[in-house]
Design a protein around this ligand. Sequence first.
Ligand code: SF4
Length: 287
Amino acid sequence: MSAKNPEYDFNWCPGCGDFAVRRALEWALQARTQKLEVPMTNNVIVTGIGCSGNLVHLIEGEQPFGFHGIHGRTLPVAFGIKSSRPEVNVVVVAGDGDFLSIGLEHIGPQAQRNIDVACIVIDNGIYGLTKGQSSPTTRRGFRTATTPYGKIEQEVAPLPLYLALDVSFVASHFSGRPRDLAKLIERAMDHRGFAIVHVASPCPTYNDTTELLRGNPRKGIPPLVWDVPEDHDPTDRAAAAELVARPGVPLGLLYVNERPTFNDRLDEATAGARVKGTRELLESHVI
Ligand code: SF4
């Protein structure tokens, strides 16, 4: 539990993948702050609503700033923080139910702006906090509290979606390898632009995918996860599209596109602009 907020009594269920993602994020933040010689308070974690949203209260050790916002609106909050305080490192943590349902409408506009924000999307394929309703990534046919005869709809495919929306850094991983995940999160934070690390993560209480993700040779279950080939060129968008069309969960960086961020373009657009005084502004409205 966070030393900063000892009154907060929420905790995750035993075995929840959120523990490992939190640890990976802590390692990535420590590595980044040491590398850049900046204080931990140079970082702001913005979370949404859901089990993953509680991560902001549960960070161990040195504390970054945190903002536990409203459902689906992590990106507008992150955009506001980064626009007004470009020097801080803004990290979004959201679940599939938050980021890909009500939050989906914000991904396209922020990708077009290329806001300099790193997002960690913890995908456990269920609404865990509200006790097991189907989410956008719940697989078709899966029985949940809201789909007693099995989910009817086709599930969202997040990685092709991010590529189609031209998110400028797209990576995928899973919570079972937190050391590798930490390095990927650090790369996402270093990327200048809109970065998403999509993390497959089990919810042992309502959608336990642990065995599916890891595989179990004794039961003849092959792992769903597979490493992105070492010779994959992440600047090749067509190659990235081919990779994300394969079944399973790729582990690694899929796509990166270095281009100006929203703040770069804002600086460019306003360079040389003359700031009007209050009187001049008021007089400009007098008819
Ligand atoms: Fe984790 Fe699922 Fe429990 Fe939420 S309900 S804390 S996602 S195991």
